[in-house]
Design a protein around this ligand. Sequence first.
Ligand code: ATP
Length: 336
Amino acid sequence: MSKTIAVIRGDGIGPEIMAATLKVLDALDCGFDYEFVEAGMVALEKQSDLLPKATLESIAKHGVALKGPLTTPIGKGFSSLNVALRRHFDLYANVRPAISFPGTQARYENIDIITVRENTEGAYLQEGQLVSQDGEIAQSLVRNTRHGASRIVRHAFELAVRKNRKKVTAVHKANIIKTASGLFLDVAREVAKEYPQIAFNEMIVDNTCMQLVMNPWQFDVIVTTNLFGDILSDLCAGLVGGLGLAPGANIGKDAAIFEAVHGSAPDIAGKNLADPCALLLAAAEMLDHLGMVEKGTRIRSAIRATLEARDRVTPDLGGSGTTETFADALVERLRT
Ligand code: ATP
């Protein structure tokens, strides 16, 4: 039975990296149909709406979306389109794998860390943000809930089980932020007991930053609250050479959106120079999510082999290839 995916090509380099990604997916015979929908600047220009209803309906109907980078124009009602999508679909889990690939500028090798970040609460609430009238005092609300902590920690453990991972580390600051971070840690300890087959440890966030730089190989799956996850997931991307190879998944109960972490790169848009790897790796995460784990693994292996051979890779990876030739090199590897 075929599965339909909602596809948002996105802004800037989005259409180019999406074309490359779909070409690779098609070479894998995934049996997907695509429903192309719009968001961002393209949607604003064509439909006078940054996030059209038809786009939301398509994602809701198919439950899975592959999304290119979106530009949110300043002063158009949304602070961020990506945040709006996460809120609309209650995509509570932001999953960010950081995997070492050959032929990159990374400082470390053999890194394989997944950060699972709570995406809907913590320090990123819309309400409770106050600035005093004289501008002297600014105050923000941090709220974690038992429900929110429990579902994100459970998500991390379920992912660990599914991906054959050995350890989950809960990152917190419960020694100082005793209320909000304390609740998260209490819940993490409780949930961890349900998964005796997975090792569990807890680490204070500042120490985690140091440990990630000094000995990143000790980490496997990290689960944490919204603000810490935002910071740590970029730190982990930095360990493996930056955002060029950083996929992201935003997962909720009824919908999941897979994307590259980088932006729309307007400086190279339309030049056939964009590196499609991050979106391709997001597509690999999507395949895992849909239970097509073997096909996801094949995408990662093809990327690894192509980078190792430095075969037609894009200029950001030190090559002289184009987005299209890079995709061709991957497709050839998948077919052999
Ligand atoms: P946005 O406003 O959408 O966030 P931006 O240019 O501020 O766009 P990024 O899109 O993340 O932020 O780009 C930062 C830099 O990294 C740019 O120089 C861009 O060309 C480069 N870059 C980002 N993504 C890619 C990619 N896939 N391939 C090659 N270079 C990229």
